[in-house]
Design a protein around this ligand. Sequence first.
Ligand code: DX5
Ligand code: ZN
Length: 218
Amino acid sequence: DRTLKIAPSILSADFANFGAECEAIEAQGADWVHVDVMDGQFVPNITFGPATCAAIRPHIRGIMDVHLMITPVDPFVDAFAQAGADVITAHVEAGPHIHRTLQAIRGAGAKAGVALNPGTPASAVEYLLDMVDLVCVMTVNPGFGGQKFIHSQIDKVRQLRAMIGDRPVHIEIDGGVDPVTAPLVAQAGADVLVAGSAVFRGGSVGQPQVYGDNIKAI
Ligand code: DX5
Ligand code: ZN
């Protein structure tokens, strides 16, 4: 179904209170919880790993959507699956064997996602569309929240929607999504919108009303 799903990213949440923050965003309308894993190699930032995912899992009723901004990916797939990730997304740029990585993710029992950085063309996933459940279009250069949306990616969303055809594959948009940019990507064919700063801004730990208003505004 093409109803728009909102996946707040806890990269913009309070790092000292992830459990409360996950419960708050779900209580106020979040469809998925987007978990940004960064290793300081693939992106110039470090966040957290499988242990944090396992710790927040009991605080998430719905989908835990794990975005791996790491390289290599394969040695860690099982750990994130065992931590309870429902969706595990790897970057096509993370190494030479994305096809094998996606097989490993599904083999570990999670749904498989493939992410594309802004400089990577839609054609990079041409031979992957029958082995993924999600294509994540980065609309910022990965590593940080609160960055400016890169408008050139809207055309990539349209191209991907055409390539996917009637396959059951979500298009997720990640970076700079807010009430202004959300309609642009929804109209282009996206159906899962990640939003970090647009959801958590103006709030403090576990302030569900603020998060709810921000989520509804997207
Ligand atoms: C960036 C992450 C995004 C980020 C989105 O590397 O993958 O998920 O948290 O944050 P905003 O919505 O603030 O751009
Ligand atoms: Zn992300």
